[in-house]
Design a protein around this ligand. Structure first.
Ligand SMILES: O=C(O)C(=O)C[C@]1(C(=O)O)C=C[C@@H](O)C=C1
Length: 111
């Protein structure tokens, strides 16, 4: 293992156990990050289709009533999943804001 100055130091059993645990957690984090990215990619495919539909039918880019339902549902899911509901709300709002920008572009370009 390397210390804070990057010097190689011999590992105690405790340190090598910690290093193994750290690398196992990081492997899980990498797998979960990949799931998040692929899941977001799938979500954006659907929202791009929704954006085209909305542009074709001259529907408004945002639907605040639908968003309120989504936020309420996600807050409940977050509680069940031991995730901070405020964080879940901020995360969904962040994604939806991006989707609304995409919808606006569909309407500007008419496609
Ligand atoms: O469901 C819609 O109408 C969408 O445009 C999708 C979506 C979303 O990303 O979930 C985005 C904008 C709306 O305000 C509500 C929801």
């Amino acid at each position: 293992m390397t210390d804070t100055r990057g010097t190689e130091t011999p590992m105690s059993d405790d340190t090598s156990r910690a290093a193994r645990l750290l690398s196992e957690h990081r492997a899980s984090i990498d797998r979960l990050d990949a799931i998040l990215v692929y899941t977001l990619g799938e979500r954006f495919k659907h929202t791009q289709a929704v954006g085209r539909l909305k542009a074709e039918h001259e529907l408004p880019p945002s639907d605040p009533a639908r968003e309120a339902q989504q936020i309420a549902r996600l807050e409940e899911l977050a509680k069940e999943a031991d995730l901070d509901p405020d964080f879940a709300k901020k995360f969904l709002n962040f994604i939806i804001a991006e989707v609304i920008q995409h919808h606006r572009k569909h309407q500007e370009t008419g496609s």
